[in-house]
Design a protein around this ligand. Sequence first.
Ligand code: CP
Length: 436
Amino acid sequence: MKNLLKMSDLSPAELTHILDVADQLKADCKAGRTAPLLAGKSVALLFSKASTRTRTSFEVGVYQMGGLGNYMNTAELQAGRGEPLRDTARVLGRYYDCAVWRTYRQRDLEELAELSGIPVINGLTDYAHPCQVLADLMTIRERRGTLAGLKLCFVGDGSNMANSLIVGGLLAGMQVSCVCPPGYRPAADVLIFAHKYGNAFHLTTDPAEGVRDADIVATAAWNTTAPGTAESEQRLRDFVGFQLTGRLLENAKPDALVLHCLPAHRGEEISTALFEQHADEIFDEAENRLHVQKAVLAVLLAGMMAWAGANGRLANAPQEIMGALLTPFQKAAQLLGGGVNGLLDKYVRIDQIIAENEALQQENQQLRDQLVEYDQLAAENKAFRDLLNIREENPQFQYASAFVISRDPLDRFGGFTIDQGTLNGVEKGDVVVSDK
Ligand code: CP
């Protein structure tokens, strides 16, 4: 994992690792012994939109881990006065070890990752909100002890939160249902991804059906445009019946969790009563943004994934020496060349080589199969050429369509001859020839 741009950047194992690391960092934080995993590291915190949780949890998280987090409102950078993204990206890549960006277009985030050359984390785009969904999954696992097999239902707009919850839930082995009004479906590529999970995914426009027997029901604001605008009025009409209420939750399991990524628009996507009834889990969810994002930073910048991979689950490590254990690992990685990230690159490269090798072997087998076919074709071709040669050299056989030759079992003629058996397949008008 080099960036966190969307949930599908993660394998199921990487997702579990991040949640394990997050649990550990949360326990460390509560015990007041957070390891300085980001000592000497700088993180650019770029915001092109308003934020409370994402901004502050990253600022506090980087600080707790001993790094420098620089908040930047992109409107106040030269980018806000027209400096191209490709230039901003190349500059930031030379100062910072990592960048977090909240922006609109996913493609812009990808461009920042490509051109800056540093790990980039999605702080929310129109397409995805992976940090929020990691916090949601952490919260569910904390309260239920597992993710696999639980039914997660999202009710709302099929945009960033729906896209990321669908992918994240399915990667974690959950049953996922998504309830959106007509015209507000999740992204096409997310639906294609979900289709591969068969019955584990269900898309519907019926809230009661989607929520049925759910272990977790999640929603997010769907009316973020300015009040009174045409779009806002349209959304208020389109989302009638899609509010999470106590009545709707009667369809879910009796102890179902309710999650909301916040900010909440009470009376729109959730009723005030239901929000307050589930405030405990909703604010745990908000708190977990801090811990899970620290885990993402630890994995991306401190080699935590490689360390956890080499030494087993992070949760098994003695916490007092966690930071000290990292140092020898980083040194070993440097000896191997390129530091921790260089070592990870090598692992990735080895995986690529193995995959390329398998692909080449398959291609090789296909070529060998083709050669067998070519040999057969060549043999047929030769027989045909022999026929043509015989016709050419023997004008009396110019109309021959078949030459049947068999070997005399007694070899009376010292070569080939014709017997009755071979004549059985000969049609009237054929000319039968032997070489004698
Ligand atoms: N949930 C979330 O991303 O909150 P903020 O918009 O406050 O960052």
